[in-house]
Design a binder for this molecule. Structure first.
Ligand code: FDA
Length: 313
């Protein structure tokens, strides 16, 4: 990555947090058009349609209702009700899908007890339906609180119903991977690189270190015998995973690959054809701005597409 890329990445991640910019940006047509590539729609039914189409291509899904704008206890309860409706709808439609959820959506930023209570309500519902809740990982300020809550829910509901996410850009992640995979804990993990703006004290600033740590953590996960998710579009990470799985004699289906909606569909399909389980993360909802900005930050080239079309006007 060039210095210009690094700079645009930081700038875009900074802008992703500016909610006043959101209203202006989301009204611009080229911006909305590019967003439609990464967001499955603003409503639950649009997301259901997107997941049906994925199912036909042999892909599994994880629905994610986007809402990082939750500020009050009442809003957190709306999110819980939304997730319960979503779980019921998944059952009804019969698609191979689970759900992903953020704890800030449950109130983590202002009331940890409430966040646990809300998350418990969603996981209880999922467990009753034989489904699974993946608790997304957010900024490093909430990493510990998020893992604490996942461990508590995991102790209550068990391995098949709730799991965590670890980010290889964090310096602490290797130790977390070992702890969560320990014999007496065994929590399902989604391993990704990490998408937020972090300080060098907590996260590796150099992409090479992030990638090297991804490979180290991937090996810890695969060697644990727990069913994990390897979440990346990076072919080098995928090749390293396949190589390690072969070396360890793991059968296909011992873990799954995960990718984001709208990114590297060719690679998603290739892995399915080779017999690997692949799950696509399907974000939807009205509050798509911060999610979309993180996707732009991963590939600033996407931004030039918006700019060019804005100029054409
Ligand atoms: P990398 O960024 O090195 O990209 C590798 C290649 O993938 C690129 O060369 C390009 O071809 C393609 N690519 C990647 N991003 C693209 C984009 N935006 N547009 C177009 N092409 C792109 N993060 C987090 O902090 N918490 C979380 O809970 C999750 N959850 C999650 C779930 C799933 C299923 C995935 C796949 C990812 C996440 N992430 C996440 C995001 C993750 O941390 C990371 O930011 C992105 O996946 C991009 O990193 P890659 O591993 O793809 O590698």
């Amino acid at each position: 990555t060039t210095a210009a890329d690094q700079l645009s990445r930081s700038a875009l991640l900074f802008l992703s947090r500016q909610s006043n910019l959101k209203d202006v940006a989301t009204r611009l047509k080229p911006f909305r058009e590019l967003a439609a590539r990464f967001i499955a729609g603003e409503t639950l039914e649009e997301a259901v349609d997107a997941v049906k189409a994925l199912t036909q291509r042999g892909l599994m899904a994880s629905f994610d209702h986007l809402n990082e704008a939750v500020r009050t206890p009442e809003e957190t309860r709306d999110e819980v009700r939304h997730y319960q409706r979503l779980l019921a709808r998944i059952d009804q439609v019969g698609v191979k899908a689970n759900v992903s959820m953020k704890l800030t959506q449950c109130g983590l930023l202002f009331d940890k007890g409430l966040a646990l209570q809300n998350a418990r309500a969603v996981v209880a519902d999922a467990a009753a339906r034989g489904s699974f809740v993946r608790v997304d990982m957010e900024e490093s300020a909430v990493t510990q609180a998020t893992l604490d809550i996942v461990r508590e829910l995991h102790a209550e509901f068990g391995e098949p119903h709730v799991g965590a996410v670890l980010q290889s850009y964090l310096r602490r992640t290797e130790a977390d991977a070992k702890a969560l995979c320990a014999e007496r804990i065994r929590i399902r993990i989604r391993l990704c690189k990490g998408a937020y703006l972090e300080r060098p004290e907590v996260a590796f600033p150099d992409k090479r270190d992030v990638d090297a740590n991804f490979v180290r953590c991937m090996r810890i996960l695969l060697d644990s015998g727990v069913y994990h998710g390897i979440a990346t579009h990076d072919e080098r990470m995928i090749d390293a995973t396949l190589e390690h799985a072969t070396r360890q004699g793991l059968p296909r289906g011992a873990f799954e690959f995960q990718m984001l909606y709208g990114i590297r569909r060719d690679l998603q399909e290739r892995l399915v054809k080779e017999g690997h389980p692949v799950r696509v993360y399907v974000p939807y909802g009205k509050h798509w701005y911060p999610y979309f900005m993180r996707r732009l930050a991963e590939r600033p080239a996407n931004l030039w597409f918006v700019m060019r079309n804005l100029m054409k006007g």
